[in-house]
Design a protein around this ligand. Structure first.
Ligand code: 5RP
Length: 232
């Protein structure tokens, strides 16, 4: 990541922080942009801001603990005021592709439990159609090959072809915080429709996919010309 991109991520995170009010229950996203948000939030917490956060990954949880951000769980606090998270792609209607960091399952559960979700990103994440970034799909390890074939077939039913790849890390299948694997589907242009989302969710081995439809309420995008916001 260039220094410029990092600076833009920090600007987007800073703008999102203006939406945080005392007493809020927050969902805390995963990834480099969310990390900048957590760092800025921690500074405000150190100054006396009272909030509580639900992290969307072990990585975010660890960072929050290091920085002294108070945490809770969704079991203790099942309804949240606001989630702030990054995205791999932001498309029309604020449909998102998420999961580049492998945290999509917890990210989606937390976003769905929140009254509002603000997506923060540098402007390169804004796209006219989703799909340049391969769609991450979290799958159960059991029957992996059959599940991958079923994902391929689901894509074909929507006119989509492309490589379906098991995500690897250090020569082994990547393992999510939930103990599952990730399949990255390079379908090309993804239809951001509930029909396609439902088709993927109907495959028994699919735990969840990274297509987020109707969850984000606001996008905060930082670019060279400043901050731009897009409402859902
Ligand atoms: C993790 C995610 C991230 O939000 C997404 O990958 C964006 O990451 P970054 O802010 O590092 O660009 O979905 O699962």
């Amino acid at each position: 990541m260039t220094e410029d991109t990092k600076a833009l991520k920090i600007e987007a995170a800073r703008a999102a922080l203006a939406n945080v009010e005392p007493g809020m229950k927050l969902g805390l996203g995963t990834g480099s942009t969310s990390e900048e948000f957590v760092r800025l939030l921690a500074t405000r917490v150190a100054e006396g801001l009272e909030i509580v956060g639900v992290p969307t990954s072990i990585r975010t949880e660890t960072l929050c603990r290091e920085l002294g951000v108070p945490l809770t769980t969704l079991d203790e606090t099942p309804e949240l005021d606001l989630t702030v998270d990054g995205a791999d792609e932001i498309g029309p209607g604020l449909a998102l592709v998420k999961g580049g960091g492998g945290a999509l399952l917890r990210e989606k559960i937390v976003a769905a439990a929140s009254r509002r979700m603000i997506v923060i990103a540098d402007e390169s994440k804004l796209v006219e159609a989703l799909g340049r970034f391969p769609l991450p799909i979290e799958v159960n390890a059991f029957g992996l090959r059959a599940t991958m074939l079923a994902i391929e077939a689901a894509g074909r039913r929507f006119g989509l072809t492309g490589e379906i790849r098991l995500r690897m890390a250090d020569g082994k299948p990547f393992v999510t915080d939930g103990g599952h694997h990730i399949v990255d589907a390079s379908f090309g242009r993804i239809p951001a429709t509930r029909a396609f989302a439902d088709e993927l969710n109907a495959i028994p081995g699919v735990v969840e996919h990274g297509l987020f439809i109707g969850l984000a309420s606001l996008a905060i995008l930082a670019g060279r010309d400043g901050i731009r916001t897009i409402d859902a």
